[in-house]
Ligand binder design. Structure first.
Ligand code: ADP
Length: 211
């Protein structure tokens, strides 16, 4: 089964993917993480993507789709798509790529959340430099200040988690990604996450997945 997690930056897609991978053997395909790994390794793709990411802008579809295509040629089942697709073109290309591989998207879970909460989450977010798990400076502190509970990796603030960049990312989400809710209306399950902890959201996801 392949699932897309749809939602604004900060809606918890990464955290939920993490739970689903740890507990239910899904594999996370996070385009944001793939780009960041490329940046770290200073690949051509990484250097190109970095120009856009650091400004809070979406990486062009052509680059993003090509990276996903390469990934899907190796793995195309049991995936959680986290942060992809993000535009109409990406959604259409994804359908085509999966069809060629005899696979498909089974379900799209839209994590709905108020923008004020997103801002609070993103401005306080710190992430592990090794495993990418997220923490929050005030609301979800690690046990040892500055280090990941899981692997002791250093916690860092992502360069695009600065307020001016966050605004641009939310704008990109509203204009380019939110319309996908309509694109996927036949496969869509909505979870309102406003007053829920990440564990509660996860339980709702399990309910939707019936697993
Ligand atoms: P968030 O969901 O918090 O924005 P991500 O790690 O998913 O974090 O994405 C970080 C950045 O990576 C985005 O702002 C964008 O620049 C780039 N990116 C990730 N996924 C895509 C995508 N599918 N299409 C274009 N750009 C992407």
């Amino acid at each position: 089964m392949n699932i897309i997690l749809l939602g604004a930056p900060g809606s918890g897609k990464g955290t939920q993917s993490e739970f689903l991978c740890d507990k239910k053997n899904f594999i996370q395909l996070s385009t944001g993480d793939l780009f960041r790994t490329n940046i770290l390794n200073k690949t051509k793709l990484g250097l190109e993507a970095q120009k856009y990411m650091n400004q809070g802008l979406l990486v062009p579809d052509l680059i993003t789709n090509e990276m996903v295509k390469e990934y899907l040629e190796r793995k195309h089942d049991n995936l959680i798509f986290d942060g992809y697709p993000r535009t109409d073109d990406q959604a259409q290309q994804l359908d085509k790529m999966l069809l060629l591989l005899n696979s498909k998207i089974d379900l799209v879970i839209y994590i709905e959340i108020d923008e004020s909460l997103l801002l609070e989450r993103l401005t306080g977010r710190i992430v592990c430099s090794i495993c990418k798990r997220s923490y929050h400076k005030v609301n979800r502190k690690p046990i040892r200040n500055g280090f990941c509970d899981f692997d002791n990796g250093t916690l860092i603030t992502r360069p695009d988690d600065q307020e001016d960049k966050i605004k641009i990312r939310l704008e990109a989400y509203n204009t380019q990604t939110a319309p996908l809710i309509k694109f996927y209306e036949n496969k869509l399950k909505i979870i309102n996450a406003n007053n829920l902890s990440s564990e509660e959201v996860y339980n709702k996801i399990l309910g939707v997945l019936k697993i």
